[in-house]
Ligand binder design. Structure first.
Ligand code: ADP
Ligand code: ADP
Length: 228
């Protein structure tokens, strides 16, 4: 589904963020990128949806080189969840989730229906929470809204950058488990970035361990990694 071949990124200031990276993610698979801060995980994720252009190598989604796909079309097929969710503070939650369907030309009624379904899907009752403003939700609830919004276009691929990083440990465990259940039902292809090795082992079908300098140290199932 996703394939990185010899992908590298050197920033304009000479920083080598990612070096000669080969990585493949099968359809429906959840691959975790884990490693210390600054080892190129976020850069890798952003190259997949072309927020950042690689300096070397190629990235394929469904067999197409991402540089040949119209970026708007590309990003429509890729949900992106980040720690700084970026909800619109002056819009109610339901309206926040409706943004994407509206952007894609759905009628208000259809967008509202779709947003309600998505809120249900991530475990937020739309009748209770839909009419609240973002600041009236807990961190964990806001993070669920972020996931709902990323799922709005029903993208086959989800990229998640420290999606559970901003909440306390108890909420984090609950969100991880909820997301794993959701992922089993929806069968999305997921690339998840974290610096938390426990999260990586718990969530990943396979785990890519990054080392400083944007090099891949290991890539395998949690069982394979723990055996070494
Ligand atoms: P991670 O997600 O693993 O924390 P990043 O991909 O964010 O790592 O960063 C990898 C390296 O690239 C780091 O050394 C970081 O400082 C550097 N870097 C990230 N973004 C930029 C940028 N826009 N310009 C220059 N260097 C950057
Ligand atoms: P979570 O475990 O999802 O992070 P919390 O324990 O923080 O949730 O919040 C528990 C309840 O308090 C939730 O129903 C949430 O909607 C409500 N709540 C949290 N923060 C606020 C707030 N600033 N205003 C109104 N209700 C809030």
């Amino acid at each position: 589904m996703i394939r990185l071949a010899g992908v590298g990124k050197t920033y304009e200031d000479g920083t080598v963020a990612v070096h000669e990276l080969d990585l493949d993610v099968a359809a429906g698979e959840l691959v975790v990128l884990v490693g210390p801060s600054g080892c190129g995980k976020s850069t890798t994720l952003k190259m997949i949806n072309r927020l950042i252009e690689p300096t070397t190598g190629h990235i394929f989604i469904d067999g197409s080189d991402v540089t040949t796909v119209d970026p708007v079309h590309l990003r429509r097929g890729i949900g992106y969840v980040i720690q700084q969710i970026g909800l619109f503070p002056h819009q109610k939650i339901l309206r926040n989730v409706m943004t994407v369907p509206l952007l894609y030309g759905e009628s208000t009624a259809t967008a509202k229906q779709r947003a309600s379904e998505l809120m249900d899907l991530v475990g937020l009752d739309p009748a209770t929470y839909g009419e609240r403003y973002p600041h009236e939700l807990s961190g964990g609830q806001q993070q669920r809204v972020g996931v709902a919004r990323a799922l709005a276009a029903d993208p086959p691929v989800l990229l998640m950058d420290e999606p559970f990083g901003a909440v306390d440990p108890v909420v984090r465990i609950r969100l991880q488990e909820e997301f794993l259940r959701l992922q089993r039902d929806l069968g999305k292809t997921v690339v998840l970035v974290t610096h938390d090795i426990d999260e990586a082992v718990k969530m990943g079908d396979r785990v890519a361990v990054f080392a400083t300098g944007g090099r891949l140290a290991q890539f395998g199932t949690p069982a394979e990694l723990l055996a070494h």
